[in-house]
Design a protein around this ligand. Structure first.
Ligand code: GTP
Ligand code: MG
Length: 197
């Protein structure tokens, strides 16, 4: 995907700030620290545009990035940060549910799972939310550079099996190793929104 322009478009800290827009939205879900912001920075080829956290669980807002004036990539707050107080989980849920409730909602959910671990209970719960709302999704296993090829393939099978999704909906990427390019995510995004325009 050729990136002509990419910039921060809007942000929402509370449900009332959630954007109303006709632009196609690609929403990125995943546990805190799984690599959401890093993936977005790589997709947009703008390392400095997206804040990559040094403190996990810090991003508690929704960040909207426009790409080529054509679509929005949506960086959602991470879930499942164990040191965060319970109120944080409630805050995550109310903000993300308000986001999903605002029509027309995301065209595609990109659900990130750390390739080194099987999906957590939170990952499963988020997958259920996407299924219940019939939101098209793609599962992206992050940090693929951390495993050998053989272990990577095994892990992708475990992720697909645990979530109960077809194996071909799960892809491995790395923002550090060019042999696992994030471009595959663009291909899936464009497949999805291409027919909306
Ligand atoms: N080795 C490796 N590290 C990665 C990769 N992607 C992200 N990281 C690292 O993982 C850490 C967390 O990355 P972020 O992109 O901030 O994760 P996040 O999901 O946005 O985290 P929150 O905003 O806290 O929810 C950072 O130290 C990144 O450098 C990857 O593909 N490979
Ligand atoms: Mg982040």
């Amino acid at each position: 995907m050729k990136i002509v322009s990419a910039s921060l478009y809007d942000q929402a800290y509370t449900p009332t700030q959630i954007l109303e827009t006709d632009l196609p939205q690609i929403a990125v879900f995943g546990r805190s620290n799984v690599g959401k912001s890093s993936l977005l920075a790589s997709l947009m080829k703008r390392k400095k545009l997206v804040k990559v956290s040094s403190t996990p669980g810090k991003t508690r807002a929704i960040f909207y990035y426009q790409v080529n004036g054509r679509l929005l990539l949506v960086d959602l707050p991470g879930y499942g940060f164990s040191k965060a107080p319970k109120a944080m989980a409630a805050q995550w849920q109310s903000l993300v549910e308000a986001y999903l409730d605002k029509p027309p909602g995301p065209d595609l959910a990109v659900h990130l799972i750390d390739i080194r671990h099987p999906p957590t209970r939170d990952d499963g719960a988020v997958h259920q939310i996407l299924m219940e709302r019939k939101i098209p999704f793609l599962v992206v296993a992050t940090k693929g550079d951390k495993l050998s090829r053989a272990r990577r393939i095994k892990s992708l099978e475990v992720i697909a099996r645990d979530l109960g999704v077809p194996r071909d909906l799960v892809v491995a990427v790395s923002t550090k190793d060019p042999s696992l390019p994030v471009e595959v995510v663009w291909e899936k995004i464009l497949e999805r929104i291409g027919n909306r325009e």
